[in-house]
Structures are given as structure tokens and as C-alpha cells.
Design a binder for this molecule. Structure first.
Ligand SMILES: *Cc1c(COP(=O)(O)O)cnc(C)c1O
Length: 372
């Protein structure tokens, strides 16, 4: 059997090689590299795709989240509720603006925030909730919105893995008050380098973030506040426009592959395929199963040529920057997820034969490991 890589961008880029080349040439020949027309064009297109009024391009996904918090004036003394399991950037954004991340545990079926656990963590210092749409599945935004409204909190989406995801037909990027996206190369919409964006319907927030990303300045050399430098450059914006035109088709393909996986991986011993809650369209950034013998499972899949990864082996609250603050050592759902999760290869350019090979390998390993 041929090996199947966890991820392979070469096929995706081969399909659009000429368009990426023309995008590069047009920016180079235009001679304008920061905050020009390629950026404003991409921002308008991306806002439209997300069903939001405003999109603001920034340097990366971490900055997108940090700038939303700064834009709302969240800082020292404030608490922001974050999921116990996520990529650490969700937590780092809160730390970066001087506020305190407060973990609420995830639900083990969806890997997303459990709204009941969120309710228990709200104090009079809480200012916002960051809901991560982990692996591409929207969090329970209906329940979180009700909580946010009741307690007068901002509801922020970490949509770094969720370009094209939907809850009740509404796209990620317009499910909360503001959303942060990443265009890291392997994300569902990826640049040829770093990039990120914020989407929101809040005109005042959008204006402040535009200023913050550019040294706190609206008018050249007039600085209204101590901003930063976090901009999406013209080259990346031009590349992203080329890729955005194909995003929807790619998300549809991810859903087709996931449907085949779901069908082929039901009722196997020792593993649980992902569960998508009703009323959701996952963007299927990652296809993550739970295995009771995860490390053996990963090794045996590798022996059959299927490369897998673990997202994420150590929850943020167990990482060095946050360990001291978390006095509690009882196992959480985040710890269970970290011990059992295994991400299988799922990318839109996989062939039908690749998909069948992954399914066959998982079936073989599950049956082998179940033997006494
Ligand atoms: C990738 C990612 C980020 C950070 O994005 P960068 O562009 O790498 O800074 C934030 N949150 C989640 C959930 C991510 O997966």
C-alpha cells in the first residue's frame, strides 16, 4: 500500500499554480505591498463568505484573537472563559492582553465547550467567552449566546479551524460578536505564510481593530493609541483571494470524505468516530477519533503507511505557562481527550483510493487490537 501523508499541500497548489503566479506578479508589478487594494479586496470577499459586515486582515490567528480582546478594552483584572482543550493560542491571546484565561471543561462528544461548565465559571470579573470551533465543528453557540446575553459578556469565536462551518445555516464568523481566523498554511483557508482575520458586524469594533493593527493610527503619523503592527500583507491577501474562490468547493469535499469515514468506521471495537451535533455543518478541519489504545493504534496505522497526528497531547492548562495557576490535578475531559484522540488524514485533494485505504487500515488495526 502507498503511504498516505497526514497533509499534503502540493496537490492543492498544483491546481492553482498559474493563478498564484499571476497574483504574485500583479502585486510585485503594482509596487504596493502593505494595506493596498489586494487586502481590501480580500477583506470584502472574506466578510461576504462569512456572512459578516466587516473583515479585517491581520498578521496571524493569535493576533486576530488578541486584537478582538484589546478592541473590547479587555485587560488586567478581567477574566475570559476559554475551553480546557484547544490549541494554546486561544489562551495566549487572553494572556497577551493582560487578562486571565479561566478554563471551562469541554464536552467529550463534540470536544467543544460545555455550556453548563461555562455557566459555573462566570464571576463578576468575567468579560467574555471564547468559543473554539475545535476541529471545525461549531461550538454550541445558541446556548453560549444565551449565557453571554444573560451575564452581559462578549461572545468571541476562535474560528481558526472553522472556515466554512455552520450552525443552523449560519457561518462561523457571524455566530458571535466577533471571530478570529487563522490563515496558517494548513488551515482550511491557508496563506503561503502567516495570516489572520477578524470578522464582526460591530462597526465600532472593526474601526478600532483597523487602528490597533496599524500602530494605533488612522491617519499617517497620527497615533490615537498604543497599537501594534499586525497586518495581512498584499502578497498573502492576493494568494488568499485565489484560494478563497475555491474554499466552498473544498469544504464540500471535506464533508464528502468525512461522510465516507463516518460510514466506514462505525461499530469498530475500541474506537469512537467523531460525533457532530444536530444542526451543524463541520468544516472538517480535522477528523479526530477516540481510541482506547491510542498509542498502539497510531503505531499500527503508521506501519500500514497511514500518518496520523495528535491534537493536542497536552491541554493548555497543563502547559508550563499555566500549570501553577491550575491547582486542580483531577482528570478533566480535556485530559481524557488528550489521552485518547487521534487525527486521521483528511484533506480535500485525497483520492477516492486514498480514502478507502485509510478506512481499510483503521478497520484492520481496530480488529487486530481487539484480539485477546
Ligand atoms: C491555528 C490556531 C490558532 C492560531 O493561529 P496562528 O495563525 O497560528 O496564530 C488559534 N486557535 C486555534 C484553535 C488554532 O487552531
Amino acid at each position: 500500500m502507498n503511504g498516505i501523508a497526514f497533509f499534503d499541500l502540493t496537490r492543492a497548489h498544483e491546481e492553482i499554480r498559474e493563478e498564484l503566479g499571476s497574483a504574485f506578479a500583479s502585486v510585485m508589478d503594482g509596487g504596493y505591498f502593505i494595506q493596498g487594494s489586494a487586502l481590501s479586496q480580500f477583506e470584502a470577499q472574506f466578510a461576504k463568505y462569512c456572512g459578516a459586515e466587516h473583515a479585517i486582515g491581520v498578521g496571524n490567528g493569535l493576533d486576530a484573537l488578541t486584537l478582538i480582546l484589546r478592541g473590547y478594552g479587555i485587560g488586567p483584572g478581567d477574566e475570559v472563559i476559554v475551553p480546557s482543550q484547544t490549541f494554546i493560542a486561544t489562551w495566549l491571546a487572553v494572556s497577551a492582553c493582560g487578562a486571565t484565561p479561566v478554563a471551562a471543561d469541554i464536552d467529550l462528544q463534540s470536544f467543544n465547550l460545555d455550556p453548563q461548565k461555562v455557566a459555573q465559571r462566570i464571576t463578576d470579573r468575567t468579560r467574555a467567552i471564547i468559543a473554539v470551533h475545535l476541529f471545525g465543528q461549531p461550538a454550541d453557540m445558541a446556548a453560549l449566546k444565551a449565557l453571554a446575553e444573560k451575564h452581559d459578556l462578549y461572545l468571541i469565536e476562535d474560528a481558526a479551524q472553522a472556515h466554512g462551518a455552520e450552525e443552523a445555516g449560519i457561518r462561523a464568523g457571524s455566530l458571535g460578536d466577533a471571530a478570529g481566523f487563522s490563515f496558517y498554511p494548513t488551515k482550511n483557508l491557508g496563506a503561503l505564510g502567516d495570516g489572520g482575520a477578524i470578522t464582526t458586524n460591530d462597526a465600532q469594533l472593526a474601526k478600532r481593530i483597523r487602528r490597533l493593527r496599524n500602530y494605533g493610527s488612522d491617519v499617517k503619523y497620527v497615533h490615537e493609541e498604543a497599537g501594534t503592527n499586525s497586518r495581512l500583507d498584499e502578497l498573502q491577501a492576493a494568494f488568499l483571494s485565489v484560494k478563497l474562490a475555491r474554499l466552498e468547493e473544498k469544504v464540500v469535499r471535506r464533508n464528502e470524505i468525512a461522510a465516507r469515514f463516518q460510514h466506514g468506521m462505525q461499530n469498530l471495537p475500541g474506537i469512537a468516530p467523531p460525533v457532530i451535533a444536530p444542526n451543524r455543518r463541520s468544516a472538517w478541519h480535522l477528523y479526530v477519533i477516540r481510541c482506547n489504545k491510542r498509542d498502539a493504534f497510531q503505531q499500527e496505522l503508521a506501519a500500514l503507511g497511514v500518518q496520523t497526528l495528535i491534537h493536542y497531547p497536552i491541554p493548555p492548562g497543563r502547559q508550563a505557562p499555566y500549570r501553577q495557576a491550575s491547582d486542580d490535578t483531577t482528570a478533566t475531559n480535556a485530559d481524557l481527550a488528550a489521552a485518547e484522540c487521534l487525527s486521521l488524514p483528511l484533506w480535500p485533494e485525497m483520492t477516492d483510493e486514498d480514502i478507502s485505504s485509510v478506512i481499510r487500515a483503521v478497520q484492520t488495526v481496530a480488529i487486530n487490537l481487539a484480539k485477546p
